[in-house]
Structure formats: structure tokens, C-alpha cells
Design a protein around this ligand. Structure first.
Ligand code: GSH
Length: 219
């Protein structure tokens, strides 16, 4: 039995969970938070969430986990069968991660968790995300899925990346990045309707509400 170490606030943990559900792979969810404790680093060497406990050992880094799950259980496939198209799916996942999600994440603490805003980040992030969105729009097909007519890991990755980046950037700059990419809002609406998405999002919203209540109570 696979064990997913993480928590439902984490958009990366939610990507892995979404993939496990889509593939119909049984798993157990174990609560884990990012940690630099030795015992957690033994499972997830950067101390990040998520990590997946497999019968052969621990795996971290979401895209590596998504690739592993697809190779382990190819049905239903999560990547295009053609090699070049498969690489294009990974390309858009990387662009989304590096130039949209990670850039926006610099404002996460200030946008949601009451931390002070970094003026340096305020000046730097928006132009970075603008470039990321331009690249993303160039690569996406929305037919209705990110890579065309077939659902896959790219859709999962993009969905949960924008679920973090969009509200963070809306709160920070009053900027709706979903409106910047033609076709993206309709794609997200298609994703919202999937049973797997509903399950993951319901847990995410509950966990987020609990966390926000804890933060408010601690003030
Ligand atoms: N590159 C990692 C990123 C995972 C990540 O950033 N997870 C967050 C929680 S959503 C985390 O563990 N943050 C704590 C940290 O960065 O030290 C992956 O693909 O899994």
C-alpha cells in the first residue's frame, strides 16, 4: 500500500493525490509537514511535502513521483504516447512550476499567513510571472486539456499550480492571472467538474479553512 506523506493545504501533495485517485491506486494519507528533522529528511531529503512511501522506498519531488506512478501503472496513461508530445507535456509542467508557481509562492506568506510583504519580491514577481504566462500560453492547447484532447499529469500540475498562484497574485497585485491566458478559465472549469478534482479540492478547502481559523485564533 502506498503512503502519501503530506497535508491537504499543500498544492504539491494534492497533485500526487489527484494522480493516485485518477489512476485508481490505493493509498493511505499520512499527515506530514515540511520539516528539517532528521527522521523526515530521511524520507524527503529537502524536507518538503509531499513524499510518497512506496514498497521500494521513499520518493520526493512531485514531478518525479508523477512520472514514477505513470511508469509503474501505465493505465490510464497520464502522458501522451508519442515521445515528443510527452516531452512537451513535461515542458509546460516545468514552465508552470518554475516561472508561475514558484514565482507567485514568494508572496504566499504575506498573501495568506499574515507575514510582511517583501518589497523586493513585489517588484520582481509580477514581471517574472508575466513572462511565465506568455510562455505558458504559447505552449498550451486547451482542447480542452492543456495538451489537447487527453487528460494527464500536465492538467493536474497546471490545475494545482494555478490554485496557489491565482489567489496569491490576486491578493498581492489585484491581478487575475487566469484572465491573462485565453482558454485557461474554460479549461479550469472542465477540470473543476472531474470527480477526482472535486475530492481533492473538498479536502483542500477544508484544510485551508482550518488553517486560516488556527492562524486567526493565534493572533
Ligand atoms: N519541488 C517540490 C516542491 C514541494 C513544496 O514546495 N512543498 C511545500 C509545501 S506545498 C513545502 O514543503 N514547503 C516547505 C519548504 O519549501 O521547505 C516538489 O515538487 O514536490
Amino acid at each position: 500500500m502506498f503512503k502519501l506523506h503530506g497535508f491537504a493545504v499543500s498544492n504539491y501533495a494534492n497533485m500526487v493525490k489527484h494522480c493516485l485517485i485518477e489512476k485508481g491506486i490505493e493509498f493511505e494519507q499520512l499527515d506530514a509537514r515540511p520539516s528539517q528533522e532528521e527522521n523526515y529528511l530521511a524520507m524527503s531529503p529537502m524536507g518538503k511535502v509531499p513524499c510518497l512511501e512506496t514498497p521500494e522506498g521513499f520518493l520526493s519531488e512531485t514531478s518525479a513521483i508523477l512520472d514514477y506512478l505513470d511508469e509503474l501503472q501505465p493505465d490510464p496513461p497520464m502522458y501522451p504516447s508519442q515521445v515528443f508530445k510527452r516531452a512537451k507535456a513535461r515542458e509546460i509542467m516545468r514552465v508552470t512550476e518554475l516561472y508561475i508557481e514558484i514565482a507567485a509562492r514568494r508572496h504566499l506568506g504575506a498573501a495568506f499567513f499574515g507575514r510582511e510583504r517583501s518589497e523586493e519580491a513585489y517588484a520582481e514577481v509580477r514581471p517574472q510571472v508575466e513572462k511565465g504566462l506568455r510562455a505558458f500560453a504559447q505552449l498550451a492547447s486547451f482542447g480542452p486539456y492543456v495538451m489537447g484532447s487527453d487528460f494527464g499529469s500536465a492538467d493536474i500540475f497546471v490545475y494545482h499550480s494555478f490554485r496557489l498562484a491565482s489567489p496569491v497574485l490576486k491578493r498581492t497585485y489585484d491581478w487575475d492571472i487566469r484572465a491573462e491566458v485565453p482558454g485557461l478559465a474554460a479549461h479550469i472549469a472542465v477540470m473543476d467538474e472531474r470527480d477526482s478534482t472535486r475530492l481533492v479540492v473538498a479536502d483542500h478547502e477544508k484544510a485551508m479553512a482550518e488553517l486560516m481559523a488556527q492562524i486567526a485564533a493565534a493572533k
